[in-house]
Design a protein around this ligand. Sequence first.
Ligand code: FAD
Ligand code: DHB
Length: 392
Amino acid sequence: MKDLRTQVAIVGAGPAGLLLGHLLRQHGVDNVIVERRSREYVEQRVRAGVIEFGIANFLEEVGVGQRLRREGLTHHGVELRFDHQTHRVALSDLTEGKTITVYGQQELVKDLIALRLGDGGEILFDVEVSELDGLSGPQAVVRGKGLEDEVRIECDYVAGCDGSFGVATRSVPASALRRHERTYPFSWLGILAQAAPTTEELIYARHERGFALYSMRSPSVSRLYLGVPPTDTLEMWSDDRIWEELNVRLTTEESPKVNEGPIMERSITAMRSVVIEPMRCGRLLLAGDASHIVPPTGAKGMNLALGDIRVLASALVAQLLEGDERLLDAYSATCLERVWRAEEFSNYMTQMLHPSDDDFENGVQRARLRQAVTTREAATVLARNYCDLNGL
Ligand code: FAD
Ligand code: DHB
């Protein structure tokens, strides 16, 4: 049995847990990170790619932005494609110079792990947390099981950064939390391909046959998504079918081809909107996907998770170093205001870009898209939310 004592036990080494561990260490607050997967697994898990303006600046300020600035791709605009035409939303022009950075989530995860391990910190990989106790008492206890040992951690606070389906929210009586949820009648099939992107900016496409997104990771790696029925499985999508469908949905007369190449990774993700509140239950603080999920169309999930951590780290530091609990008391309300704004934006982008079986709905979607590309006011709201929702 490994018996540990720390100030903050962090469950989960995704972007949220790792950034929290880093910020607390910078302020001298002792913490332990527990992750059920291996280091290799979390470093290879392909997910998000768009980092907001304010979040990228924050990462740089706190010493995590070096490689992101060097290797991340800075974008000043994004394209909306519908009715076989392309419209550019000039993000920087509409937001007084703000940009987005395209940088793979797993690269940020690698940077955060290297920083922590590089200066003597530890992460308990391959340890699955099974139970949280004492959340309303004087001390919390985290229990888990590793490959060899059982682990028990006594702590002042537990940060539940364990993503959706994690253990943190299950440790709280159901009556203490409210869950708001919506599911959508489609999933995203995502691929990472060894192929030079044929576009410099991201393209969000609404085609009669479904949604498609053209993104990238580097000048030689493309990241592409297709909206598919929620019942589809990967076996139903051969490489040929994927490329054919991407070409149908993404190309126009001016941009006739999607570059093809070997597919290095593929997955299907269901689309959900979830908010679990409050984000604090006694000694448990929830952050990131553990307390809210957005459908990926607005590129908000990771940004929202990192935005929570910015608030949470300051609150824990004020409490643990100065005995000032006010920020911690306000944590949930402070975050939820921004969380609901992100839910609204992600829902707006999702519903506007995924064609429906309902003809009336399709008319509304196309009217919204036309408004977004023809009126400066609508384009400005879209650009501000897309570039910097967490910094507004
Ligand atoms: P996670 O990254 O899920 O990390 C949670 C960690 O906790 C995991 O490592 C997990 O293994 C660990 N864990 C779980 N249970 C336990 C346990 N019992 N014990 C120990 N450890 C545990 N977001 C964006 O901002 N921009 C995008 O462009 C974007 N695109 C996306 C595209 C796709 C296809 C998907 C699926 C998501 C996308 N997202 C995007 C969302 C983003 O990936 C998530 O919001 C982000 O990973 C949340 O980070 P997190 O640290 O809260 O949770
Ligand atoms: C990516 C993912 C998204 O969900 C999105 O809206 C834009 C880009 C990406 O993985 O690059």
